[in-house]
Design a protein around this ligand. Sequence first.
Ligand SMILES: Nc1ncnc2c1ncn2[C@@H]1O[C@H](COP(=O)(O)OP(=O)(O)O)[C@@H](O)[C@H]1O
Ligand SMILES: [Mg+2]
Length: 477
Amino acid sequence: MIPKKIFQRIWAIAGAVSVRSKILGIVLGFIILLGVGVTIQSRYALTATMTTQLEEQSVSVSRDLAARSTDLILLNDLLGLHDLLDETLANNPSVRYAFMMDAQGQVIAHTFQGGFPLDLLSINAVRADEHHHTVLIKTDEGHVWDTAVPILDGKVGTVRIGLSDETMQAALSTLTAQLLLTIVLVSAAGILVAVFLTWILTRPILSLVHATQLVAKGDFSPRVLRWADDEIGDLADAFNAMTEELARTDELRRERESLRRQLLEKVITTQEDERRRIARELHDSTSQNLTSLIVGLRIMETNCAQCAAQSKATDLRQVASKTLDEVHDLSMRLRPRALDDLGLAAALERLVSEWQTRYKIPVDVIIHLSERLPGDVETALYRIVQETLTNIGRHAKSKSASILIEKHGDTVRAIVEDDGIGFDVNTNYGERHLGLLGMRERAELLNGTLTIESTPERGTSIFIEIPLTLHSVVGEN
Ligand SMILES: Nc1ncnc2c1ncn2[C@@H]1O[C@H](COP(=O)(O)OP(=O)(O)O)[C@@H](O)[C@H]1O
Ligand SMILES: [Mg+2]
């Protein structure tokens, strides 16, 4: 449990750094670990060897001194003894001091410049039957091996020398310094190798990342280079195959979308044209005929007062009048002439007044348009407002509604609001309810947008924005 947590924490730190830092960390970590290990190991081995050597040297030097001093002591040649000690010191740089004692333990010659340190006497002693006796003295300046050797089994005296480990320490320091220098040099080389290695490794990955970001933004054109014949190379190939496929699919989708738009445009235009034609036909021909019929019937009525056909003529005239009204109504709903002749504002005023009479809901209409809009924009806005009003009348149960249309720079904005029951704008109402969908299509065909905001029990707002520069004028006059 705890190791897992520790591992997670380590991974949280190690995993968060870049690949370069990871490789650098691994390479440097190994070099330093190896270097430190080798240094410790070498120091340990060297210390052991040199310690043995020093001990042996200490014994051999003191034994040699003992052998050579026997005669001089016996002859009481103090000068010779001093010379011998000086020579020993000169020939053996490790020897710190040397001195001789006679059989009674009196120091007869020594190498100390500033007087003999008496406490040295008690530190080491050798028995007569011993070959030699060595003790290790620890001083502030390092270790000293003090060896005592009896001269002629102790009958003549004792020789003592002190061998310092200074040379050994110096050798160890040199070795350590050299090894540390090696670690630093190898680390520097390691850093170079790691940087080069990460460059080799991350270069294709970074280009893949860059290309993927472009693909995520919808640009399927980037292709990545296959840098090497390895797994990353395979990944690059797979990525390229994927983007090619995506580009093909996207192209196909675009073609279909454009075809769909063209078809939709055509359908809408044809529908509008057809409506306009029928409305005109109804107005120009049917209405005219009906009007002539009504006029004829009226003449008949007045010309034949009291004749039997008079009441029949009155009935027929009333039917014809009603039919004329209905034809007007139908023509108006199909395509109000005002939309073509007088413009959007006038057509909407009529639409709204008719709607108000029908649904008995007050509508606040504000239209700020200084000039006429392109025909397709007027038609689209008219149809959108028409559908919105129909929806409010049929579904919203609202107490009032408002319509605002204004030109704002190069766009025309429309807002239609009600304070009715609202609805969930994310619901898919299916194929039988195409009103909202059709409204959006009409706006988008003109590169515009349509946004619906609705809050339950608060009402619905529909925002339409259509640019006046980018769209093409289709099939309108
Ligand atoms: N202003 C509105 N207030 C409340 N509900 C609405 C409003 N406009 C649309 N709706 C809801 O959205 C649905 C889909 O509308 P629409 O696509 O025009 O289809 P239809 O009017 O034929 O039902 C409607 O059935 C209605 O439930
Ligand atoms: Mg509807």
